[in-house]
Design a binder for this molecule. Structure first.
Ligand SMILES: [Zn+2]
Length: 118
């Protein structure tokens, strides 16, 4: 296996919304490293594991819609908001699908940054 190619394929699958495929690739990579497979020089060990964990977390309920996870576009707020409705109720706005982000499936503007903007 070429772990870097698998990593790129996993990234592309997430970007294209192919969560089932992305999850399979993430599991294959996890297995590869668990068995002592080498790390591609293009990606640090920390970044690789963070991204694999992120893909596995985000594809856990894979189906037609990606699992809701949110991060603010200006800060790291967004943890613990399980649905878009909950985020809106807390004052979030400009929530949009952002599948290329490494840490969440959606990005938006948190209430704190919104206040700072004005
Ligand atoms: Zn913010």
């Amino acid at each position: 296996m070429d772990p870097y190619q698998t990593y790129l394929d996993m990234f592309a699958a997430m970007r294209d919304g192919e969560f089932e495929n992305a999850r399979e690739l993430a599991l294959a990579l996890k297995d590869w490293f668990a068995k002592g497979g080498f790390y591609p020089y293009q990606v640090t060990e920390t970044a690789m594991h963070a991204y694999i964990a992120s893909v596995l977390r985000r594809t856990a309920g894979h189906g037609p819609a990606p699992a809701f996870s949110l991060v603010c576009r200006y800060c790291d707020a967004g943890d613990g908001l399980a649905t878009e409705a909950a985020a809106i109720a807390e004052g979030w706005s400009e929530i949009e699908l952002a599948l290329a982000l490494p840490m969440a499936n959606y990005c938006g503007l948190c209430p704190d940054c919104k206040t700072r903007d004005q």
